[in-house]
Design a protein around this ligand. Structure first.
Ligand SMILES: [Zn+2]
Length: 417
């Protein structure tokens, strides 16, 4: 991997960089859409590429179950299998020990899963995770970590953190022995729950292994914890991670979360939210999310967003048509998914341009003012606090906005309108 920092924000910790992998360059910060089963729901690989996406995710646990490594090996890897020519990242399968906790059991050896299809037990060890990810052949592969829900407390959090460090060493050994380190880049995952002391130990341990680690992820967040704790842990991690390595926040997808994370120094993020919410009829726009299932759109003959270059908006597909088909035609899921992926990409490209021109704070302030722009809206308090910690005052010159308490994820209440 080649990782070059091209510009740094003069105020915050945001930066623009170029990460060149085996399947070409990807400009950072970037948002990575999630193609869990080697297919982004609703779009072909060719369509995803034509939207300008240069890096997306596949899921190791799911690809190992189906189609399985024998078929992936026969195809020549997951790029070939899904006809994807750009960069690919795979998670390690570790997250499924939280999402499928009733089917899994963690030991020092690895995670024992019960197949939901056959009932057969499968051991996912660090070595096995590396073996599967080598068959998949993704440009970025993730260490197997011992993941606990961010709501877990007590000694289990410390146990999982130390085990993640030990499993990182086993992943490094297995990956180094594979002879694939020139094409596949192993990322470490910082764990330690919501405990500042444990995060600090994990950071020290994993940064020590920097020579074997081309990039770092912050894991174990975005699982329903208080946003006020989320951003403080994220900030603690980005402050300590090496400057010359890309930093990836796992499971982050709301626009406001992305901009806060970028301001704190994050380069990459992924989440199923933009594509999942599209299938439920919610389109993301710079004026906030809109729920196309609401009757008010039945007579709206304008595109989702006039200024959007996505194929859905550019072809003038109207909100009225989308309202008409949104809950029962796959066309609507396809159309809104394309739009939402382009929205995320525009948000990130706008951030990159602003950092390059050293006007990132103004970009963030303007985004928040428009996105949370309704007369009764305000900014979520945690975003105001998080951005203030890196020198952006959202309320400066914008006294009309009330700070709202709580999580304040705009799509949540927009969705209920
Ligand atoms: Zn659009």
């Amino acid at each position: 991997m080649q990782f070059e920092i091209l510009a740094k924000c003069g105020t915050t910790r945001a930066r623009v960089s170029r990460m060149t992998l085996a399947h070409g360059p990807t400009m950072l910060p970037t948002f990575m859409p999630v193609a869990t089963q080697a297919a982004l729901k609703g779009l072909t690989s060719h369509q995803v590429e034509s939207l300008g996406i240069t890096l997306m995710l596949n899921n190791t646990y799911h690809l190992n179950l189906r189609p399985g490594t024998a078929i992936l090996d026969a195809a020549g890897g997951a790029h070939e299998f899904q006809n994807w020519r750009r960069n690919l990242l795979t998670d390690s399968g570790g997250f499924q020990m939280v999402s499928l906790s009733s089917f899994s059991q963690v030991t020092e050896e690895g995670v024992l899963f019960t197949s939901p299809f056959s009932g057969e037990p499968t051991m996912l060890s660090p070595e096995e995770s590396m073996r599967i990810q080598h068959s998949i052949g993704a440009d970025i592969i993730m260490q197997l970590d011992d993941v606990v829900s961010s709501l877990t407390t007590g000694p289990r959090v410390e146990e999982a953190m130390w085990r993640s460090v030990r499993w990182l060493d086993r992943c490094i050994a297995a990956h180094d022995a594979s002879g694939r380190t020139d094409r596949q880049n192993l990322f470490a995952i910082i764990q330690g729950g919501l405990d500042e002391r444990l995060r600090s130990i994990c950071l020290d341990e994993m940064v020590k292994r920097k020579d074997s680690i081309p990039g770092y992820a912050v894991g174990g967040l975005s699982g329903g914890e208080e946003k006020d704790i989320f951003w403080k842990i994220m900030s603690q991690c980005t402050a300590k991670l090496p400057e010359d390595r890309p930093r990836y926040s796992m499971g982050i997808g709301f626009a406001e979360d992305l901009l806060v994370c970028i301001a704190l120094g994050i380069d990459m993020a992924d989440c199923v939210f933009p594509t999942r919410t599209a299938r439920f009829g919610v389109a993301l726009t710079f004026s906030g999310p809109i729920n196309l299932r609401l009757k008010k759109h039945s007579t709206s003959f304008t595109p989702i967003e006039e200024t959007c270059p996505c194929p859905t908006c550019a072809s003038q597909m109207s909100r009225a048509q989308l309202y008409h088909i949104v809950s029962h035609e796959t066309t609507a899921a396809h159309a809104v998914t394309q739009h939402n992926i382009v929205f995320q990409a525009r948000l990130m490209a706008g951030a990159r341009d602003a950092i390059m021109e050293d006007r990132f704070p103004a970009y963030v302030r303007r985004f928040f003012s428009t996105y949370f722009g309704g007369p009764d809206d305000g900014y979520p308090k945690w975003t105001v606090d998080a951005l203030r910690s890196v020198g952006i005052d959202l309320l400066e010159g914008d006294p009309g906005h009330k700070v709202i308490l709580g999580n304040g994820a705009k799509w949540e209440y927009s969705d209920r309108l």
